[in-house]
Write a protein that binds this ligand. Structure first.
Ligand code: GNR
Ligand code: NI
Length: 170
């Protein structure tokens, strides 16, 4: 197991569309385990491969409550095959946009087709936090961040601050 460095915006890799996973093999399962370890350590409830610089269509998440046992999940080549007409607003954060939060409106429920860590085809219908998190992570695979849903004024304010902080730590 290993912790992976998490990219922070603005990084061009976070704006790049990721490529489908070709083979669900031991190397991919090692990446999944490293991503889960990185997500738990951060801590976060989800992590997409592009956030650790791997431009593949892969994400992990765990939306279990604090007092519930861990429920790690991995989604390979996920596709939204249905979304509800009714919408939900969540206050979102992102490990690649540290210390900034904003309300984002998304479909309240989604149906997602994906491969599991054994390469088996699966479908899941999600609502609540899981639906929001899945959409947030699948957006990462398409080079999209939650700040892309905000006004350009708010987005640019956040990006300017992040740039300044990156310069300080460089
Ligand atoms: O840890 C995270 N929390 C979160 C809260 C609301 C909506 C989405 C998320 S995902 C985020 C981790 C992350 O950046 N995943 O890409
Ligand atoms: Ni994120």
């Amino acid at each position: 197991m290993a912790l992976l460095p998490i990219l922070v915006a603005p990084d061009p890799r976070l704006k790049t569309k990721a490529k489908p996973v070709e083979a669900v093999d031991d190397d991919l399962r090692k990446l999944i385990d490293d991503m889960l370890e990185t997500m738990y350590e951060a801590p976060g409830i989800g992590l997409a491969a592009p956030q650790v610089g791997v431009l593949k269509r892969l994400l992990v998440l765990d939306v279990a409550g604090k007092d519930d046992p861990p429920a790690p999940m991995a989604f390979i080549n996920p596709e939204i095959v249905w979304e509800s007409d009714d919408l939900n607003v969540y206050e979102e954060g992102c490990l690649s946009i540290p210390a900034h939060y904003a309300e984002v409106e998304r479909p309240a429920a989604v149906r997602v087709r994906y491969l599991d860590r054994d390469g088996k085809r699966q479908e899941i219908e999600a609502d609540g936090l899981l639906a929001t998190c899945l959409q947030h992570e699948i957006d990462h695979l398409d080079g999209k961040l939650f700040i892309d849903y905000l006004s350009s004024l708010k987005r640019n304010m956040i990006l300017r601050k992040l740039k300044k902080e990156t310069q300080k730590s460089a």
